[in-house]
Design a protein around this ligand. Structure first.
Ligand SMILES: Nc1ncnc2c1ncn2[C@@H]1O[C@H](COP(=O)(O)OP(=O)(O)OP(=O)(O)O)[C@@H](O)[C@H]1O
Ligand SMILES: [Mg+2]
Length: 162
């Protein structure tokens, strides 16, 4: 049965997208798993990372709007299926805020295709808005990507870094 994993952190620039791409590539190419990658961030950095521009007609925003079927938005790259994002997705919080069961939109869309894959990875935006909530609700697991800076370190009594 396919597992859905959201890569999250409300903080930006901590390596969510980089980790998602590397994990997906590793699972698809080293472990021969069937992988679906969903770029769920309006910044579309994951899509750009695969050379997919944000003027593609069918993307995750059109899927959420029911303008196309999820299968129609799939792009095949490096033995993975990818659904790209677009800056238009940034209106999702406002556009879908009035929908009934708005937290379950992605979960419902993934339900029919979930078992076509071993792993579905969702690259989340750096906030706790409706998109991230949808990703978490749709997921079996979440990976919270963190980034430890030197500000986490403390000096010991001798002044050395611990
Ligand atoms: N393990 C790492 N070591 C060093 N640099 C890294 C590592 N992972 C990511 N980076 C770099 O950190 C920057 C931010 O990474 P990335 O875009 O993956 O973060 P993000 O959490 O997805 O950002 P955003 O929240 O804006 O979507 C990039 O320049 C990336 O190359
Ligand atoms: Mg990112």
């Amino acid at each position: 049965m396919g597992k859905v994993i959201a890569i999250t952190n409300y903080k930006g620039g901590v390596g969510k997208t980089t980790s998602t791409i590397n994990l997906a590539y590793f699972l698809a190419n080293e472990h021969k798993k069937k992988v679906l990658l969903i770029d769920f961030d309006p910044q579309a950095n994951l899509s750009y990372g695969f050379g997919i521009e944000d003027d593609i007609e069918n993307n995750i925003y059109s899927v959420l709007r029911n303008d196309c079927k999820l299968e129609e938005a799939i792009i095949r790259k490096f033995n993975m299926d990818i659904i790209s994002s677009t800056l238009d997705l940034s209106v999702a919080d406002v556009e879908f805020s009035g929908r009934t069961m708005r937290e379950f939109i992605l979960k419902k869309l993934l339900a029919p295709i979930k078992d076509n894959y071993d792993i579905i990875l969702i690259d989340c935006p750096p906030n706790l808005g409706l998109l991230t909530i949808n990703a978490i609700v749709a997921s079996d697991f979440c990976i919270k990507r963190t980034y430890k800076t030197c500000r986490c370190s403390k000096n010991d009594k001798t002044g050395n870094r611990m």
